[in-house]
Design a protein around this ligand. Sequence first.
Ligand SMILES: Cc1cc2nc3c(=O)[nH]c(=O)nc-3n(C[C@H](O)[C@H](O)[C@H](O)COP(=O)(O)O)c2cc1C
Length: 186
Amino acid sequence: MTKKKIANIPFGPYIAVLAGATVNGKPNYATLGAYGVVSQRPVLYISLKNSHYTTAGVVENGFFSVNVPASADVAKTDYCGTVSGKDIDKSAVFESFYDEAGNAPLIKECPINYLCKVIQTIPIFDFTMFLGEIVAAYADEDCLENGVPDALKAKPTMMMAFGYFDIKDRIGTVFKACGGSRPHSP
Ligand SMILES: Cc1cc2nc3c(=O)[nH]c(=O)nc-3n(C[C@H](O)[C@H](O)[C@H](O)COP(=O)(O)O)c2cc1C
């Protein structure tokens, strides 16, 4: 197959998440694709544009939430990424709840929620990457399989190339899809 040089744009898909923070005493949520894990330790990162309303709340409180919306909520997910809390109060778009471990709102309608305490911040161009230790996690009971969130039940929204997508199939089991035995820890 011939290789063609393409634009230096990262390839998706990314899970669309809603980052939550308390801003001026109210919950605010921003849609993010720039979210992920950094190791097997319970740490997540989010990368937020410095000018976002949500960013001010994360800096002020030292906590943020990561909420995984179900694909059925794609309209609300898109909305939170289209308008800013600076201009429009987004506090009632979703129902918020709280955990005593820290001041950031979590979203009731989202099947999976993480509350994170900021442990490191990394400036990157006009964004800040916040690394947060997970201090509380929640999942809807009906999204669990043996106590662990199941992707096909939680139905996250995948995004890439300006499109939103559903997850379709489970195609294998980690450490088993290769057909061999597991020689060492990853
Ligand atoms: C699908 C999608 C993904 C987005 N990903 C990011 C992201 O990773 N980082 C970011 O800073 N903004 C991202 N945005 C833009 C913010 O969500 C958007 O500017 C939002 O209005 C900011 O809200 P706030 O000012 O209330 O914080 C994304 C928007 C959409 C629709």
